[in-house]
Write a protein that binds this ligand. Structure first.
Ligand SMILES: Cc1cc2nc3c(=O)[nH]c(=O)nc-3n(C[C@H](O)[C@H](O)[C@H](O)COP(=O)(O)OP(=O)(O)OC[C@H]3O[C@@H](n4cnc5c(N)ncnc54)[C@H](O)[C@@H]3O)c2cc1C
Length: 446
């Protein structure tokens, strides 16, 4: 039987997962990635599935939301989660990767897949004859976003996201830093901790409050993502805010005088050689000189060299509640979309915030696209599952729609439960429902 050809726009996390899944369902895929010819403000070079900021897919324990989501993706045969495990670097209880190795593994898998043709080209419009999956990400190119928003007729939505700095390990002063995982979890100590005493912390916060940021343009104001606030914004909310956030000292032992540390900056390994470390939760849009001056106040970072300093970026998403079906397919018959082929959306552009969420929606959109093109009917995941709960939040009516990470609050609370083991019950409920769905689903022949 002749194979159906489809198009995937974006060789990021969602697009690569989707392309590999579609290939496994027997489609021929034209995968378009515009980099390195056309770049984005955050990506560097042409790597596929590039992690633009942190190098972590977050927790692995099934009692954490991201652990549960990753477990579900593993049960469903996600290619990217499998490759992330191959590229893993030690980082306590999380799936953290060497980003170059991870991208190289994904690219190898894509290039070795005979059903996928990789085009290093920008797509500027959705008009086409091929069924299309759009996974162009939060930094989708200007011409494509203009074309999408013009056609869909809805307001362009965006907020602003920040990136954390990366430090060169051999420039850290270990007279003032130590290796330890919070609560000593994990077999090896993977985090470098840079403590600050009370006086230094207060001076640090004071300077942070007064520091020069890269001025957002007027329309950018108040568009920060609450889950990824820059440190200067946190400092403005109160002297103690950072001590309860990224600089919290709990679970990190005691200082020389036997007292708990006042505040600690944690650094997480970027690569297996542990030559580069990411400042955890330290996203910032301060001017680069100001960042250097500020971090020099931290004793361990007095002479630190930075492989990358923090910066801030646009983050674009569509109004999914108005535009998308529960399958992540663009609603048919929308005015202005007459020339479009059937279209599915996946990744951050749908408002699913986060790396694992991008992989999850990539998997989900590809599955629904395949079911629809092969059998004309969708086969939705059960409502108890993590991915379906995440998608339901994206497509439910919501006049104040904003991107969101997956969290336990999204899972349907079907049974009466005690607070103590709520997460465990919700997790088991999700896992059992997915296993049952896998047993019953129609197999899509390759
Ligand atoms: C600055 C920033 C920092 C972030 N930091 C984190 C973080 O630390 N942790 C986290 O969990 N999430 C983070 N996110 C959120 C989100 O999880 C990531 O952006 C994630 O990579 C989204 O996956 P994606 O597949 O949707 O998009 P991407 O991974 O960005 O992939 C989209 C791809 O499409 C390509 N593309 C764009 N337009 C076109 C076009 N017209 N034609 C062809 N190709 C095109 C791009 O080059 C890109 O490779 C961050 C987002 C931003 C913007």
């Amino acid at each position: 039987m002749q194979k159906t050809r489809v198009k995937v726009i974006g060789g990021g996390l969602a697009g690569c997962e989707a392309a590999l899944q579609l290939a496994s369902y027997g489609f021929l895929i034209d995968l378009y990635e515009m980099r390195p010819k056309v770049n984005t403000p955050a990506h560097r070079g042409g790597d596929l599935a590039q992690l633009v900021c942190s190098n972590s897919f977050k927790g692995i324990a099934k009692t954490t939301a991201h652990g549960l989501l990753k477990n579900e993706l593993t049960l469903l045969g996600s290619f990217l989660i499998e490759l992330a495990k191959e590229a893993q670097v030690p980082a306590g209880e999380s799936l953290t990767v060497n980003r170059e190795i991870f991208s190289a593994l994904v690219e190898k898998k894509i290039l070795e897949c005979p059903a996928i043709t990789l085009h290093r080209e920008e797509v500027t419009s959705l008009e086409d004859d091929l069924p299309t999956l759009v996974a162009a990400g939060p930094l989708a190119s200007e011409s494509l976003t203009n074309s999408i928003f013009k056609s869909l007729g809805s307001e362009r939505l965006h907020f602003f996201d920040a990136i954390a700095p990366v430090v060169e390990a051999d420039s850290i002063d270990f007279n003032h830093a130590f290796y330890m995982n919070r609560w000593e979890k994990g077999e090896t100590a993977d985090f470098i901790n840079c403590p600050l005493d009370k006086e230094t912390y207060n001076a640090f916060v004071e300077k942070l409050r007064e520091a020069d940021s890269v001025e957002p343009r007027p329309f950018e104001k108040n568009e920060l993502f609450e889950g990824c606030l820059p440190i200067e914004e946190m400092a403005r909310r109160g002297t103690e805010t950072l001590r309860y956030g990224p600089m919290r000292p709990i679970g990190l032992g005691f200082g020389n005088e036997g007292k708990k540390w006042h505040a600690v900056i944690q650094l997480r390994a970027e690569n297996a050689q542990k030559t580069l470390f990411n400042m955890v939760g330290f996203q910032t849009r301060l001017k680069w000189n100001t960042q250097k001056e500020l971090f020099a106040m931290v004793p361990a970072l007095k002479n630190a060299r930075f492989a990358r300093l923090g910066c801030m970026h646009r983050n674009t998403f569509i109004e999914s509640p108005k535009l998308l079906e529960p399958t992540l397919q663009l609603k048919r018959g929308l005015p202005g979309c007459e020339k479009f082929p059937p279209i599915w959306f996946a990744g951050q552009i749908t408002g699913a915030e986060g790396y694992t969420e991008a992989v999850a929606t990539g998997w989900y959109a590809a599955w629904n696209m395949a079911c629809s093109l092969k059998h004309g009917v969708p086969q939705l995941l059960p409502k108890e599952s993590c991915i379906r709960s995440l998608v339901d939040q994206l497509v439910s009516p919501n006049p104040d729609f904003q991107p969101m990470n997956f969290n336990f609050g999204l899972l349907p609370h079907l049974i009466e439960m005690k607070k103590k083991n709520k997460k465990e019950i919700l997790g088991n409920q999700a896992e059992e429902a997915v296993l049952e769905w896998i047993r019953k689903k129609t197999v899509l022949e390759n």
